[in-house]
Design a binder for this molecule. Sequence first.
Ligand code: ATP
Ligand code: MG
Length: 223
Amino acid sequence: MIEAYGISHEYGSGPTRIVACSVEHFVVSPGELVLLEGPSGSGKTTLISILGTLLQPQVGQVRIAGREINWRDTTLLEHMRSRLIGFVFQAFNLIEALTAGQNVEVALNAADIGGQAARSHARLLLERFGLADRTDTRVSVLSGGERQRVALARALALTPPVLLADEPTGNLDSEHGEDVGRLLYGLAAEGRSVIVATHDPRLERFATRRLRMEDGILTALTV
Ligand SMILES: Nc1ncnc2c1ncn2[C@@H]1O[C@H](COP(=O)(O)OP(=O)(O)OP(=O)(O)O)[C@@H](O)[C@H]1O
Ligand SMILES: [Mg+2]
């Protein structure tokens, strides 16, 4: 479960002041796949970054798996980011010079899982995403859909209870967009809290809840 409350985050001052995110109470329980929709600049990435502890809000607090964030405790923050939260970014942020398997291993290494254990676990994860035959291929030659699945495998390497995805299908054709929707749905059904910022109507039918963000404010959409 992930929870944000009393959040307010602004940029600029005076006439250029922008309320990027203003959220009174936002809770996502295990089993939910929540879509964050809304126009460009409405604050989706800002909210995702706050939930993921990558951005400290000027006002407000975040609680993940029952633990309040202490923004000064860098050890705790690192632990939360590596163990409790999986991130998938639009640009994937994979390491181009490494193979698909090695990219997943990097996430495992961060949690002190190395050597043969990391290699075999990475292979299993990639298999799950239909990439068994791509484990030893450098990501620089993979297709957009394949990269997306490597990014998902990496985000899930440590089976985090929370998965945050920012425009995960932005670069995918229609067939792969659907695949990612189905995968995200399955991950929520296993008991994760999954939050996805997206403009992609292909993901709508997989959502358990849809929210719209406008000028930093969240409103519920009826599904
Ligand atoms: N570091 C920053 N400094 C100043 N303004 C910022 C900064 N980051 C975001 N903003 C502004 O805050 C608002 C919300 O931005 P955000 O990236 O959260 O929008 P978004 O909904 O993710 O948009 P998109 O759909 O285009 O990705 C925008 O007006 C943006 O210009
Ligand atoms: Mg964004």
